[in-house]
Design a binder for this molecule. Structure first.
Ligand SMILES: *[C@@H]1O[C@H](CO)[C@@H](O)[C@H](O)[C@H]1NC(C)=O
Ligand SMILES: *[C@@H]1O[C@H](CO)[C@@H](O)[C@H](O)[C@H]1NC(C)=O
Length: 406
């Protein structure tokens, strides 16, 4: 009897821990809740270790991730897999065996807030393996350096160096990649790096080989407005809670983590910040860029007065290499044909939707693929035991788009 009672108490405690009210419309909410509980428990454990001074929370998280998730480079009958380097940056290479002589090529940047994860993780390994096999393409998954050990612009420079090497005659020849059919892609923070690299190389006349397409999966593209409708709507939706995204940004930009409340208050983009001119503001003016069905009832949060000096302290907030949405229209116009995937239940939804609109305005052909039941990270969690329907659907559509357009 007592045992049964204890069991019931334990079960309800577990259910209480896991249960989270989610917006109706999320694909398979119980799976997302479980994923969230898993993430939260890892986060809480690493917060404890951090405050005890054992080690930095991110190091511990990455340690856990690598125990649980990182796998060896293992070839399979269809794909040869090996760990190598690209422009000096560690990279896992997926090479389809046999097939046509010249292959399509994809350079991929994984997500994880510029601080977590690796291209050698099971989920990314499986994604790239599938892309290599389904597209008969050589896929290179880049392990750029991570925060807090490396901060902006290190991640960006690694991504750029790897991309330049990828497009070099030497690498294209060595892997039999068709120079006319190369793609840059990535998800979340990796989508940020992919967009930034596409902009930089699009405006560099010394680069002979051009990317044919860019494919951005729920990319993070700006840090000046933490009150876009999607930030407001999804601030408490797992797994990318609004404060966590602000923390990732500060960490990436090498800034004081104590600035988090300031960022969340939009104090860094108040009207008295003279560094942000009209033109810059217009680039992320969501009242102009977003359609009514995404703006909904949400109101812009623009402070008259904020926290002066913060943009001098954290110049990365205004740096287009960190925030690709701040690019000039001409720079956007020199980037390749684009695929932008966004999810309704994601704080970053409007970053992606605004970018897609701005690319279109700049004359770039854009496929905007929006998932009404999607949540941040769903595509990569398509492989975990709790793989979700929307994850699988979006992954298949992404690969299908590449097949049609690359
Ligand atoms: C944003 O766009 C709206 C609608 O086009 C416009 O009324 C408003 O003045 C713009 N705001 C800024 C800061 O550019
Ligand atoms: C934001 O700015 C206002 C006005 O300067 C200030 O009173 C407030 O304390 C600031 N909030 C944060 C979180 O820094």
């Amino acid at each position: 009897m007592r045992l049964r009672l204890a069991g019931a108490v334990l079960l309800s405690a577990a259910a209480y821990y896991v249960y989270l009210p989610l917006p109706s419309g999320v694909c398979e909410p119980w799976k997302l809740m479980l994923l969230d509980a898993l993430f939260r428990s890892f986060m809480q454990a690493s917060d404890v270790a951090h405050s005890l001074g054992v080690c930095h929370r991110v190091h511990l998280l990455n340690q856990v991730v690598s125990w649980v998730e990182v796998i060896e480079a293992r070839s399979c009958p269809a794909v040869h897999v090996m760990d190598s380097t690209l422009g000096g940056v560690p990279t896992r290479v997926f090479q389809p065996k046999g097939g046509k002589k010249l292959k399509r090529g994809v350079i991929y940047f994984h997500g994880g807030g510029w601080a977590l994860a690796s291209g050698r993780m099971r989920s990314y390994d499986l994604l790239c393996r599938k892309m290599a096999e389904d597209l008969d393409a050589v896929v290179m998954s880049v392990d750029y350096r991570l925060a807090p050990g490396a901060v902006f612009p290190d991640q960006y420079h690694d991504a750029l160096a790897a991309a330049r090497a990828f497009l070099s005659a030497q690498v294209l020849e060595r892997y039999s990649i068709d120079p006319e059919r190369v793609c840059v892609s990535g998800d979340s923070a990796g989508g940020n790096l992919a967009a930034a690299v596409a902009q930089r190389l699009g405006s560099d006349d010394s680069v002979k080989v051009r990317f044919k397409v860019q494919a951005l999966i729920y990319p993070v593209l700006q840090a000046l407005d933490f009150h876009t409708p999607s930030y407001q709507q999804n601030q408490a939706v797992p797994i990318l809670y609004r404060p966590i995204m602000a923390r990732f940004w500060l960490q990436y930009l090498g800034a004081d983590p104590a600035l988090e409340p300031l960022l969340l208050a939009n104090n860094h983009s108040s009207l008295d910040q003279s560094a942000i001119g009209r033109k810059t503001r217009s680039k992320l003016n969501w009242t102009a860029w977003l359609p009514a069905e995404r703006r909904k009832h949400f109101q812009p949060v623009v402070k008259e007065t904020g926290s002066p000096g913060v943009l001098d302290k954290v110049p990365g907030l205004m740096d287009v290499r960190a925030a690709p949405l701040l690019a000039e229209q001409e720079a956007l116009g020199r980037t390749p044909k684009a695929y932008v995937m966004t999810c309704e239940f994601d704080v970053l939804r409007d970053d992606g939707l605004m970018y897609a609109r701005r690319l279109q305005d700049a004359g770039v052909a854009v496929t905007s693929d929006h998932y009404e039941d999607g949540f941040h990270g769903c595509m990569v969690f398509a492989f975990l035991p709790m793989k979700s329907g929307v994850g699988e659907r979006s992954m298949n559509n992404y690969i299908h788009w590449l097949d049609q357009n690359l």
